[in-house]
Design a protein around this ligand. Structure first.
Ligand code: AMP
Length: 609
């Protein structure tokens, strides 16, 4: 039995999980440093590639070469993503077919970027198990269309992973909570992450999940909470220190990180303090949970309308919901939990880590597919209807929405013009009557039809949806016995040849990568240390003696020289030496900051009285 892993390929973070043989429980796999979340960020430089936290650190420094949120572009055409582009600092090229991202002179597709994230997770699992991993279940949002699902599968292939099942994220979250075991009921999955909000209403009946409705906001999440806190801090800094940091990117980044950390602490504590050293002053401030709630209340409340709309689409009232599941890091915010509880009138499931729950569910599905769990039947359904455009632009539906997959359907068509040799086939997805209002999935021609009067040819169209929700369409002219069949790929998919090429390229480039990546990482770390030491020397000037300043100066010079070489060992050694040389300085600065903080608190108290 080969091992199958479960992967949550997220907009902000991705993670990988498996079901532990002994306990039968799903578990996430951390990296060597114990981190479970892999930021879905990829940064390119020369021939090298960084992924995860190392890539995320490049966001400020190298925005044009650092790709994030690529999930928003997966399997889509330029017209689909035009709206997204103002949020993304990297360059997306206009053109026909699948979108391409320009990194310098190089063009790269979203599945290739996702493949880099997937490969990193695959390597993590391989290191964990000490054996190659070749198969995975990968999750996607319930509203992903065929093209987006296919793109996700392509990303897997490029990464050397056979994606044995594409699973809806809300279904995965429900599986993690074992909700497939309830005989019959309705589940609401509330998913608030870093940058996206999704609500899905699912019906579960004897192990089969059916998506009744989805809604959400593709630009709402924890990042907006952070932004609200930063605006408030900027105001406070202006009042108390007379400094306007709003146009200083480095200061903004520091504030953003501090705001997020404070927000996270306030999920557990009633109050917390922020201390941020700037060049001219150290900012110090207490923030309470009530203050945070005030800042984010409107944002949280704005998730409730999509919930109500999804309920209305499903023809249900809040009281019809039997189970509520929380997904996404931002559902740890107590105010979010409270609002969800109030809306549905019942306590949501929150025992599992909301960042991990989708990956854990993917692992459960993987285990089922691998044959480890046999007493469970698990099926999914098609989210949208699939059909063919016929005369007058009307859609003829072959597979209605909410059909349990895998499935197939067959229908006969004919021609409308005498002597027609070529028949245009247009495959569409959606719930509208007219093809122009539905999403165009693919077009193809059935050629070589013998000329006959209109209405005579018998064209059999077969739709086949496999267990991943991916569609294949074939058309055959039956009357002449001469058959032509065509397999359809989504309009924004990659061709087989594209995928093959990308698989090959990714391998050659992976080997050249390792050295380049290690060098980039060493240089990045050196850059960070240099910036910090320079700042510390400016701020802590009065705290160190001449000798110490000279030692630090010499170490700094040595590190700058090493940084300019290609020798990563030398850079690492110089970085370590630099850290050692500044140990004492760091200590005395920390002391001074603490004293200042205490003093300012005392001053606050005096003022309060
Ligand atoms: P996700 O996209 O699901 O990984 O969620 C990431 C978002 O969750 C980010 O905005 C984080 O700041 C936020 N987050 C993570 N942990 C917490 C926490 N304990 N309290 C509040 N927000 C959190």
């Amino acid at each position: 039995m080969s091992r199958i892993v479960g992967i949550d390929l997220g907009t902000t973070n991705s993670l990988i999980a498996y079901v532990d043989e002994k306990s039968g429980l799903p578990r996430v796999i951390p990296d060597r440093d114990g981190n479970v979340l892999l930021p879905s960020v990829v940064s390119f430089s020369g021939d090298g590639v960084l992924v995860g936290a190392a890539a995320r650190r490049q966001l400020v420094r190298r925005p044009a070469a650092t790709v994030y949120s690529v999930k928003r572009l997966m399997g889509r055409g330029y017209d689909d993503v035009k709206e997204e582009l103002r949020y993304l600092p990297f360059k997306v090229l206009p053109g026909e077919g699948i979108v391409k991202i320009a990194i310098g002179s190089r063009e790269i597709t979203p599945p290739e970027v996702s493949a880099i994230v997937l490969r990193s997770l695959k390597e993590r699992a391989e290191a964990h198990f000490g054996e190659p991993i070749a198969k995975a279940v990968v999750t996607v949002p319930a509203y992903f269309n065929d093209g987006q699902r296919q793109a996700t599968k392509d990303a897997g292939r490029i990464a050397g992973l056979d994606v044995v099942r594409i699973l809806n994220e809300p279904t995965a979250a429900s599986l993690a909570y074992g909700l497939q075991r309830i005989h019959e009921g309705v589940v609401a999955v509330y998913d608030l992450g870093g940058g996206t909000f999704d609500i899905s209403i699912l019906r579960v009946k004897e192990g089969v999940f059916e998506v009744l409705a989805t809604n959400g906001n593709t630009h709402l999440g924890g990042d907006d909470f952070d932004r609200a806190i930063v605006l408030w801090l900027l105001d406070d800094i202006r009042t108390r220190h007379g400094a306007d940091l709003g146009s200083d990117p480095e200061a903004l980044q520091e504030l953003r990180l501090a705001a997020e950390a404070a927000k996270i602490r306030l999920s557990a504590d009633d109050r917390t303090t922020l201390t941020i050293p700037f060049d001219a002053f150290t900012y110090h401030r207490e923030i309470t949970r009530a203050e945070l709630d005030g800042l984010i209340e409107q944002l949280v409340d704005s998730t409730l309308l999509p919930c109500r709309m999804a309920l209305a689409d499903a023809g249900l009232a809040p009281a019809d919901i039997d189970e509520v599941v929380l997904v996404g890091g931002s559902t740890r915010v107590p105010l979010v939990r409270r609002r969800v509880h109030e809306l549905f009138g019942k306590a949501p499931h929150s025992q599992l880590n909301p960042d991990e729950v989708v990956a854990l569910g993917a692992a459960v599905q993987a285990r089922i597919l691998a044959g480890g769990i046999t007493n469970m039947l698990l099926l999914d359904v098609t989210p949208l209807s699939l059909g063919i455009e016929t005369l007058g632009g009307i859609v003829s539906v072959l597979i209605p929405r909410n059909t349990t997959i895998p499935t197939h359907a067959r229908e006969m068509f004919t021609t409308s013009v005498d002597g027609q040799r070529v028949v245009d086939m247009h495959v569409v997805q959606g719930e509208r009557e007219l093809a122009k209002d539905c999403r165009s999935l693919a077009r193809f021609e059935l050629s070589g039809v013998d000329p006959m009067p209109a209405g005579m040819p018998k064209i059999e169209v077969v739709f086949l949806i496999d267990a991943n929700g991916i569609l294949q369409v074939t058309a055959t002219e039956l009357r002449t016995g001469k058959a032509a069949a065509i397999e359809v790929r989504p309009a924004y998919g990659l061709s087989e040849a594209d995928v093959e090429r990308m698989v090959e390229e990714s391998f050659t480039y992976a080997e050249a990568d390792v050295e380049a990546r290690l060098l980039i990482e060493a240089r990045n770390e050196a850059d960070i240390v240099i910036t910090h030491v320079e700042r510390a020397l400016r701020q802590g000037e009065a705290l160190v003696g001449d000798d110490e300043r000279q030692t630090i100066g010499a170490a700094l010079e040595a590190l700058r020289r090493a940084r300019a070489t290609e020798d990563r060992e030398l850079i690492r050694e110089a970085t370590t030496a630099m850290n050692r040389a500044t140990e004492h300085l760091a200590e005395v600065m920390m002391d001074a900051a603490l004293k200042a903080a205490l003093a300012s608190r005392r001053a606050d108290r005096v003022l309060e009285k």
